[in-house]
Design a protein around this ligand. Sequence first.
Ligand code: NAD
Length: 348
Amino acid sequence: MKSVFDTLAAAGHEQVLFCADEAAGYRGIIAIHSTALGPALGGTRLLRYATDEEALVDALRLSRGMTYKNALAGMDVGGGKAVILRGAEPLDRERLFRAHGRFIERLGGRFITGEDVGTTPADMELIRRETRHVKGLAGEGGDPSPWTARGVLRAMQAAARHRWGSDDLAGRAVAIQGCGSVGSRLAAELHRLGARLIVADVEPERARRVAAELGAAVAPPDAIASAEADIFAPCALGGVLDDRAVQALRAEIVAGAANNQLLEPRHGDALAARGVLYVPDVVANAGGVLSGGADLFGWSRAEVERRVHAIHDTVLLVLEMAKADGAPPHVAAERLAEQRLRDRAAAG
Ligand code: NAD
């Protein structure tokens, strides 16, 4: 059987912490994949996992993705991620997030966190009581979701240009899976540009609200991936592009906000084989980390906007590299990220 250290070495992780504060009902994993470009930056997610192994795998995959995402976004930060295992209800969020904050503080700035699935700016305020290594507080950099939504939109426009010769999304049908913070904002931006929308959410009220506001059609959650659409936008959880979804897809482009959309890398190969243009999530959803540049590096709002806008150019570069190399886009994105990490190491 593979040892834990072999598992870490295979994906190139520097450090993984298993943290517990039983009195606070807190169990968490902090995974630091790389600090080569700077302190490891990555959100904290709060989720109920079936097993501890599932939580570990999530933290390892997500933190590695952050290294690539930050490198592709041109950010001088490394990659990390924290997961808090959702336990007994009711949650005492104050004790939970303060316990988490104490563990982050002990890392002395090697890991900087922010909001993610299941956490809010208010939770970040609780972490802040224990450590300053947290971003995305209410009234500070604020909610990254609008920037993530804008970045996904730019990624879609680039993919449309690559596939159909124009950025124009007017009249295109877009199927959005998940009407949460990002999905609902993405829907509003697409509506503004004249796209037709089909939305789904496991919380039916969220899908109904978007439908009522924007005139979107609603699909059952298990049918959204196979909806009759030009673009499929996964904006819920990871792993949605599995064998079934890849075969059922009718869209020509997949571009969305969810992290780790490919269940396994081979699903990226299968999408390419079917002629579906997949925009790698690490490139498409970088708007959120870029918005953190305001707090981290003092970027102005205009600077954040410029960089989120430029996600379009990175997507085009990745898609052109993929075409030139005869490689699927998710492989081309990894190659570009690794090239940027190597260039930085060479530059000292
Ligand atoms: P969110 O929790 O606000 O929204 C997710 C929505 O998806 C919820 O409404 C949930 O009910 C719904 N959902 C869950 N499972 C579903 C399913 N099987 N089918 C349909 N709907 C389902 O999260 P968010 O902030 O909007 O983020 C969405 C995704 O984007 C996540 O994967 C997140 O990791 C990723 N992401 C978010 C940001 C950000 O800035 N918020 C940045 C980068 C990546």
